[in-house]
Design a binder for this molecule. Structure first.
Ligand SMILES: Cc1ncc(COP(=O)(O)O)c(C=O)c1O
Length: 439
């Protein structure tokens, strides 16, 4: 029999964490309110990352808390298959109403990773439903992050997320990433150079034949790889080429959805509408796991044939549209709307941009990128010890009362959209302190 005290740290194998480092120097949050976390030693930490890019309305928001409490007391769970409950439908309608024109149906999941798998499966099954089943290839992009399940890491392009896990899905190709540091350094907003990188899709089409390609999936703005913005004209070009060849375009909006760029979705922000949109995170303000995949009527309707008693799509999760998640989702979308948080993000964006670019010239900083309420500071890696410098910055910031996120040697930030200007100033001052104090 194992005998472990409840506060022993050993049993929990933590995700995407340096477990041994953490367990020698634990960092524990025990409460959260508004823009701040409280640590187990009673300190306040300013949330510079909206949790993990998900608490867009900030923490412990009354409407969401109450909705979850009321729902769990009223009905804890309803079967997701062959049964329904009203809130799942209500939330779907709200989502469709805030999504770009053309996104008319919603399929629920429990995470970004599951939303990605769902989107890829819908894309493949759609072509088959149309009698076009030879379209089985999927195209992702280098440096893309689409979660951690097998489909997602196959189309994703972050080497450490792929290299340990076998040969992944077959029939997957990758577009080049859009990071051109020589041409696009310290750019505010969208970079000028790189639209031509979308043309690589024509090379992939020429190599395999368009009639074998089901879908292209990209993050309209790549977040987890360290905030890479789409060059001007890039997404438009990708839309043009996919449409020309009958290839579905999937936008992974897990980070960009729900106000991060100062609009409901990146699709709206950039004026480019995909065929399928992948969402999660901000959908429930991070409170309860939930994802949603949205698609066009054309895709949905292709499945709606055959005898009416037969299931049209053999896919779904026990917790698809879970009542508590649905209640959290409705209250979250209401909070965003009532408080005008997407507009607020757009209004604050120039101030945020000035703060970030004010860090140019500090030690180690080799690039700064931003859009909406998202920003990245790229640091020169320590020779022979990549990621060490950014990790030191993360620890130093935490000590100084600021939560940042790092990926490789890039600091990424995405504060809740309720942030105040003086808190943006504080982030800037803390980062200045951090960057001048680390090796
Ligand atoms: C673009 C994108 N897709 C998918 C995911 C995976 O989401 P989850 O961690 O909820 O599975 C993430 C998470 O950061 C993401 O940024």
């Amino acid at each position: 029999m194992n005998v472990q005290s409840p506060n022993d740290l050993n049993a929990f194998w933590m995700p995407f964490t340096a477990n041994r480092q953490f367990k020698t120097e634990p960092r524990m949050f025990v409460a959260a309110d508004g823009m701040y976390y409280t640590t187990s030693d009673g300190r306040q930490v300013l949330d510079g990352t909206a949790g993990l890019w998900c608490c867009n309305a900030g923490h412990k928001r009354p409407k969401i808390v109450e909705a979850v409490q009321a729902q769990v007391a009223e009905m804890d769970y309803a079967p997701a298959f062959q049964m329904g409950h009203p809130k799942a439908f209500e939330l779907a309608n709200k989502l469709v109403n805030m999504a770009p024109e053309g996104m008319e149906h919603v399929f629920y999941t429990n995470s970004g990773s599951e939303s990605v798998e769902t989107a890829l499966k819908i894309a493949l099954a759609y072509h088959r439903a149309k009698g076009d089943g030879a379209r089985s290839r999927l195209v992702g992009r280098e440096r893309g992050y689409h979660g951690v399940n097998f489909g997602g890491i196959s189309v994703g392009g972050i080497v450490n997320n792929r290299r340990f896990f076998g040969s992944l899905l077959t029939g997957v190709d990758h577009l080049p990433h859009t990071h051109l540091p020589e041409q696009n350094k310290f750019v505010r907003g969208q970079p000028e150079h790189g639209a031509h990188l979308a043309d690589d899709l024509e090379r992939i089409v020429a190599l395999h034949g368009a009639e074998t390609i089901a879908a292209v999936i990209v993050e309209p703005m790549a977040g987890s790889t360290g905030v890479l913005l789409p060059p001007k004209g890039y997404l438009e070009r990708l839309r043009e080429i996919t449409r020309k060849h009958g290839i579905l375009l999937i936008f992974d909006e897990v980070i960009t959805g729900f106000g991060r760029l100062g609009s409901s979705f990146a699709a709206e922000h950039f004026g480019v509408t995909p065929d399928i949109m992948v969402t999660a995170k901000g959908l429930t303000n991070g409170v309860i796991p939930m994802g949603a995949v949205m698609c066009t009527a054309e895709i949905h309707d292709a499945f709606m044939n055959g005898p009416e008693h037969v299931i049209e799509l053999f896919h779904g999760y026990t917790y698809s549209g879970n009542p508590i998640a649905a209640a959290a989702g409705i209250a979250t979308l209401d909070t965003y709307r009532e408080e005008g948080l997407f507009e607020r993000a757009a209004e604050l964006a120039p101030y945020w941009e000035d703060m970030l670019h004010g860090l140019k010239g500090l030690p180690h900083v080799i690039d700064i990128r931003n859009m909406g309420l998202i920003g990245a500071i790229e640091l020169e890696p320590i020779a022979g010890s990549p990621t060490q410098r950014a990790f030191s910055a993360f620890l130093a910031a935490y000590d100084k009362g600021l939560l940042i996120r790092t990926t490789g040697d890039i600091i990424a930030m995405s504060p809740p959209l309720i942030i105040e200007k003086d808190e943006i100033d504080r982030i800037g001052e803390t980062l200045k302190d951090v960057l001048t104090s680390i090796d």
